[in-house]
Design a binder for this molecule. Structure first.
Ligand SMILES: Nc1ncnc2c1ncn2[C@@H]1O[C@H](COP(=O)(O)OP(=O)(O)OP(=O)(O)O)[C@@H](O)[C@H]1O
Ligand SMILES: [Mg+2]
Ligand SMILES: [Zn+2]
Length: 451
């Protein structure tokens, strides 16, 4: 049989027939690796039951999804109320962010509740793992640790001990001997994940796969597996800061975009019930360029501080940098501020960041980001007790946002009383103790805040 090989992108998994410096799908550079293609027959996961042919809706037998609590309420809420039995969950994140810690804590709660857990540590030795477990104060008799990287060995042990929760730390180090390419390549990672998918479905084991986000290009990242697994969680945050955000990227059994906030401590990850408070703790009131925005992540409103620094540039090409905000969105907001509110930003460097290592993706943050730039540019501070929310269109118009009540409520709880919101959102709101200012245009909002 002729062995076929192809080039796979280690970032997104895209297959190309020829080598190229840049991936044609995700446009990353130097991510293409030559691999022997797995034959389609081995790639296809075998169906655990015999196919009955097509059925009508009412003919389909319903097995109820059962969920097991992880013991970490924030995690449970994030995935839609506990881990679904027989499902495959991927936890992706940067190296050192805390993936093993979280998995070990989940393992511990499962074990304490009387479920048998098999923790496969391929990445670290048993000693290292046990040291971490000691530090976290975990002493559960029903966790079995197993140091192995060969899939067939893992399958054999699963067969033998019959665990209810299986943790693979990490999927990039596991390999199938039948496949010639090295562990961590796109074909290995996919093939191994498919095997675990089949295993968890057919034996009703909840499985957690850990995957590092890689920069090097020769190891396939977790994105390669996104379409394959049931649930994808990404662990983010600034490694230096203690915050860790668990974000639901995909969920076949619950809502996406949900987030859980944790704090990394010596004793492991602690749930943060009131992230707004923690995020605003270190702010200095009355700084120029600072604005507090009530964002909504999933079902949870969080107050975040956006800081902007606008300074004269000494270079022909001014620099625009952002942390926690999409650079394309920033470029657009700068252009609108320049054109519609007549701020001369073309000869300034602009830096914008969201404090606490949080990423803000929703357009409802537009108005706050623009006002913080306006404040820094004109060197006038904004009222520190005012919250700002609103989407801004290309014409400089302020558009309505979703979930306004939840945002205002979170603000009130944190002691804010004055709110600048889109005029459209005023309809149907009862102000009560709040002072609501509705704006329709960006310049109105600027006048309002920096009078
Ligand atoms: N003694 C300690 N006290 C407080 N925090 C610690 C301590 N030891 C480790 N940590 C935290 O734990 C993090 C490492 O956690 P963990 O090993 O779970 O990450 P990981 O995502 O599994 O990393 P890797 O990609 O290396 O497997 C460190 O970055 C640090 O923040
Ligand atoms: Mg680890
Ligand atoms: Zn790619």
């Amino acid at each position: 049989m002729k062995v076929k090989s192809a080039w796979f992108c280690s970032s997104c998994g895209n297959k190309q027939l020829r080598w190229n410096g840049q991936c044609s799908a995700c446009h990353e550079w130097n991510t293409l690796q030559e691999e022997v293609e797995a034959s389609p027959r081995s790639m296809r996961a075998k169906l655990p039951v015999k196919n009955q042919g097509p059925l009508r809706l009412k003919e389909i037998a319903h097995t109820k999804t059962t969920r097991t609590s992880s013991g970490i309420s924030e995690f449970d809420r994030c995935v839609g109320g506990g881990m679904v039995t027989g499902s495959l969950t991927l936890i992706g994140g940067d190296p050192g962010i805390g993936k093993s810690t979280l998995s070990l804590q989940i393992a511990s709660s499962f074990a304490t509740a009387g479920h048998l857990v098999l923790y496969v540590c391929g990445e670290e030795s048993l000693e290292q793992t046990s040291l971490r477990a000691k530090r976290l104060g975990i002493d559960a008799d029903s966790i079995l640790f197993f140091n192995e990287t060969d899939v067939s060995e893992i399958l054999r042990i699963v067969d033998e001990v019959n665990p209810e929760l299986l943790i693979i730390d990490s999927i990039q180090i596991i390999y199938k001997p039948e496949i010639t390419s090295a562990a961590g390549t796109v074909s290995q990672v996919r093939e191994c994940a498919a095997t675990f998918m089949q295993l968890s479905k057919s034996r009703q084991i909840s499985t957690l796969l850990i995957g590092h986000v890689t920069k090097s290009g020769d190891i396939a990242g977790p994105r390669v597996l996104e379409h394959l697994v049931n649930t994808v969680l990404y662990f983010e945050g600034d490694k230096e800061l203690q915050f860790r955000l668990l974000r639901v990227f995909k969920n076949r059994f619950g809502p996406t975009d949900e987030i859980a906030v944790f704090q990394m401590t010596e004793k492991g990850l602690k749930e943060v019930q009131n992230p707004s408070q923690l995020l605003l703790e270190e702010r200095t009131r009355g700084n120029t360029g600072s604005c507090i925005i009530p964002t909504v992540e999933g079902s949870r409103p969080i107050l975040v501080e956006v800081q902007a620094l606008v300074t004269d540039t000494f270079f022909p090409q001014p620099s625009r940098r952002s942390t926690g905000i999409d650079p394309n969105r920033l470029a657009l907001l700068v252009a609108v501020l320049e054109k519609r509110a007549r701020f001369k930003l073309h000869s300034t460097d602009i830096f914008v960041s969201v404090t606490g290592g949080i990423r803000v993706n929703e357009p409802a943050a537009d108005l706050g980001i623009m006002l913080s730039m306006a404040s820094s540019f004109s060197n006038r501070s904004m009222d520190p007790d005012t919250l700002v929310v609103g989407e801004v269109g290309l014409g400089g118009e302020v558009r309505g946002v979703s979930r306004i009540e939840a945002r205002l409520k979170e603000g009130l709880q944190m002691g804010f009383q004055r709110f600048i919101i889109p005029k459209r959102n005023l309809q149907g709101l009862t102000a009560g103790k709040m002072r609501l200012v509705g704006v329709s245009w960006i310049d109105e909002a600027i006048d309002e805040l920096m009078r």
